[in-house]
Design a protein around this ligand. Structure first.
Ligand SMILES: Cc1cc2nc3c(=O)[nH]c(=O)nc-3n(C[C@H](O)[C@H](O)[C@H](O)COP(=O)(O)O)c2cc1C
Length: 320
């Protein structure tokens, strides 16, 4: 996720026990090939290179294949092509979900990238330009023919962006139509839901939940039973997690990115707190990380009852 799924967040998730795969922020193939000033940060594969999937975006198939070849020389699990982003700044350029407008063009991109990389090749996509399941199946079958090994479906159309609910019924339906692996993504709001959804497909991908609750993967992995509901008084320390994130941000992101990334992170992370809106406004007024840290500590000094989020008693495994 742009501005979110960088090394600092991966480090934070790892500190809670980690998850099985980490997809990077979308890396612009054009900027990467041109050696832009921040590309080294985007290509950082720490702390778990073997679990890192580089995600590429762009509108030019040749450029994407070249960037994929360069990135796959680094240690990583695979290369992912973004055919799902619906942000206007991206679709305006012909990238992201715009690839879903033509089966042939997308197929040629997959074929070219397949030739360029030996690592696992995957594609992240949406339902398509419209809500047409048969089109989605034809689109994905072509990707399968061209050597794509995993498809992650965020089941919303291009125009829906984040509106309405993700149509999860499309995920197992698509899985039935393909030989390759299908992962589902969208609107997973708890570790328990992650477990439920994982029964419908080969893997689940969570986006915003992983920022709001970086412990969600370890929680899902060890969830006792769906109905057990017991709580452990230790809880997850929210204050400490926020402070740890600020530290990791300083260590693993360039200074130019600190403020925007911290604001983005806290706008999600504050979600579990009672006075989330008020606190986010205060944090956003700050012009540096030191000020944000002061505001963050101040909030918990006033609301010590919010420092810990209860932790479920857990058992069981989640395979992503
Ligand atoms: C701030 C933000 C940035 C995102 N950036 C990307 C991206 O770079 N690549 C991508 O495939 N999806 C991106 N997404 C979409 C998410 O990966 C995911 O498909 C979507 O948020 C739905 O999943 P969720 O409900 O688990 O968050 C982004 C979403 C958000 C909120």
């Amino acid at each position: 996720m742009a501005e979110l799924s960088h090394r600092a967040l991966r480090e934070l998730i790892e500190s809670f026990g980690g998850c099985d795969e980490y997809f990077t922020e979308m890396i612009s193939a054009g900027a990467f090939a041109a050696g832009g000033p921040f590309e080294a940060w985007y290509a950082d594969n720490g702390p778990c290179p073997g679990k890192t999937v580089y995600q590429l975006g762009g509108r030019d198939a040749g450029q994407i294949a070249r960037a994929a070849a360069l990135l796959s020389e680094r240690e990583c699990l695979g290369i992912d092509i973004n055919m799902g982003c619906s942000a206007p700044a991206i679709t305006r350029t012909g990238a992201g979900v715009r690839w879903m407008e033509s089966i042939d063009k997308a197929g040629n991109l997959a074929a070219l990238t397949r030739k360029a990389v030996k690592r696992r090749l995957s594609v992240k996509l949406r339902t398509g330009p419209g809500d047409d399941f048969d089109y989605l199946v034809r689109f994905c079958r072509r990707l399968e023919e061209e050597g794509v090994e995993l498809i992650t479906l965020h089941p919303r159309t291009a125009r829906e962006k984040f509106r309405r609910q993700a149509k999860w019924s499309y995920v197992p339906a698509l899985k039935k139509e393909l030989r390759i692996k299908v992962a589902g993504n969208g609107d997973i709001s708890s570790a328990a839901e992650m477990l439920d959804r994982s029964a419908l497909c080969d893997a689940v991908m969570t986006g915003r939940l992983a920022v709001k609750q970086p412990w969600c993967f370890s929680e899902a992995r060890t969830l006792e039973t769906r109905n057990s509901g017991g709580y452990d008084s230790r809880g997850y320390n929210v204050e400490e997690t926020g402070l740890r994130f600020l530290e990791l941000l300083c260590r693993y992101q360039p200074p130019e990115f600190h403020l925007s990334r911290a604001r983005r992170f806290f706008s999600y992370f504050c979600g579990s707190l009672t006075w989330a809106h008020y606190l986010t406004t205060l944090l956003n007024r700050e012009q540096g990380l030191a000020g944000m840290e002061r505001v963050w500590r101040g909030y918990f000094a006033e609301h010590p009852e919010e420092i810990n989020i209860p932790r479920r008693k857990q058992r069981g495994m989640l395979f992503l």
